[in-house]
Design a protein around this ligand. Sequence first.
Ligand code: SAH
Length: 362
Amino acid sequence: MTNLNRILHELIERDGPITVAEYMELALSHPEHGYYTTREPFGASGDFTTAPEVSQMFGELIGLWLGVAWRNMGRPDSVHLIELGPGRGTLMRDVLRAAEGVSGFCQAISVTLVEISGRLIEVQQETLRGAEISIQWQPAPDPLPVGPCLVVANEFIDALPVSQFVRAENEWRERLVGLEDDRLTFAVSGHGTDRAGAVARDLSASPGDIVERRAQAETLVRDISSHLSAYGGAALLIDYGHRLSGIGDTLQSVRSHEYHPPLDAPGTADLTAHVDFEALARAGREGGALIHGPVTQRSFLTELGILHRYRSLVENADDAQRRSLDSALGRLIGVNEMGSLFKVLALAAPGLQIEAGFDGIK
Ligand code: SAH
């Protein structure tokens, strides 16, 4: 039994079942035994591979998008470049390299990295060593630094806790994690709740159906959105998930690139659920920002010129590098790979033009 499993057993025996969101938060972020606190998630030897780890092309195009947004903001002298959940720091490294191509942009940037894991902060410091830009770390997005902001988050929202609700005859009931025969098991609350919110209200559901809601992510997006409305700027949120809210249990656990039952060995596997982009867009609108997308990652990267970037890298590549560029391109924009499952949503301060990447075919 993992240490975290023991802690969860004690907690549930003492206080009764916990919610799925509480379970997810402890499994990922428990200060001593959580997944992000203790494990090395990324890459071939880790549990999953993210887009910035697939190829430099991803971060470079995002860097250019951010540079264009900064120009369209009227080139403010100082802008906070904020990344939520920077992982190994690879995306920020590639963003900062591309930013050098936008005259004046690097001089304006100060970087804030939002990271909960002390271990990953050390990895990020190593990756970004030598960057001639001031970088500060904070453990949570709140409070965002005051002033114009450019925010980027890749595969951050999917790691925020999700609540699940099960349809009973005439009401929604929260899905819980309890104990049965000394094993963690799913259970359902004995009474109805209105915490399932707008999503559940608007769907027609049958008994047994499950809906998910990420209240913490909705609050985060609403807060970012009102911050952008107050100080100017834009945010780019990239994640895997669905365009429209729907019925379904998407909680999944991944270890060594394979799926595991989500209640097995908490703290030792990544635990995520699909992002509901319709709910995020609604939260963004409530905060006062303009919403672009969601579009697929394929459409976004193609419109930003990933094929040009690929061709220029291939020109100077040897055979092995060419094969790896081919495979990276396929992974980033292939329809059966990240290309269609991953979506991109942008929030912009009212009046700011940031159509790049969001004009084309969806
Ligand atoms: N963006 C990176 C990593 C994605 S994994 C990439 O694309 O490769 C999720 C990242 O978010 C990790 O760095 C993890 O430690 C961090 N994280 C997860 N939950 C967090 C939270 N609640 N607050 C701050 N950081 C968090």
